[in-house]
Design a protein around this ligand. Sequence first.
Ligand code: SF4
Length: 218
Amino acid sequence: MTYSTRFQKSIKDPLLFNVLKPGSNNKKLGFKITTPKWKGKRLYSLTLVERETCPTSCHHWKDCYGNNMPFAHRFSTIGLLPKIEEEIQTLSKKHKEGIVIRLHVLGDFMTTEYVTFWERMLFVHPTLCIFGYTGREETGDIGKALWLMNTRYNDRCKIRFSRNKAFSEGHYPSNLFAAEESFTGKCFDCPEQKGTLPSCAQCGLCWGVPKTVRFATH
Ligand code: SF4
């Protein structure tokens, strides 16, 4: 059985659209980064197909955020990687301070090869930064590949592991985490959700501090 989005018509061919969307299209993200770390870079995002690319262990498998996003363009993985690479090249020339890509508004790292692709992008494009969240287990193959990428490109890569209330300690001490509102350990609440800052571009805590970020459950 193939698991996917409820909104099949929203799955788009990467060859027909820009897959990296400017943060100016998304109020929560914002565009020009004003925080000390990564200052001046422009924020873009990538949205994949929920469930198709996610671990079945995700505790939001049934009530995925994407269930309320019928109009969001989700990109098929067919032909995706060369298209991302082409767009990163173009955008890196356009924005001399470089770009930050938020992975993934929907979807997840689907294979270790896909993680390796992002590691190569970080190697080839010294002004590129990435941040985001994953539902992959720290100890699985994909989780370990993410740990390695976070470690090798520590200044420019911040992928946080999602944890629910059962979570107490991370497996690898250097990993970063994102938790839900039921989490009671050491953490800070997302300022954009709290209404104290307008956007990620003006906050930057997810890539600036090691503490666990806590989000309100959707
Ligand atoms: S804590 Fe800051 S950077 Fe992280 S999601 Fe919230 S607004 Fe964005």
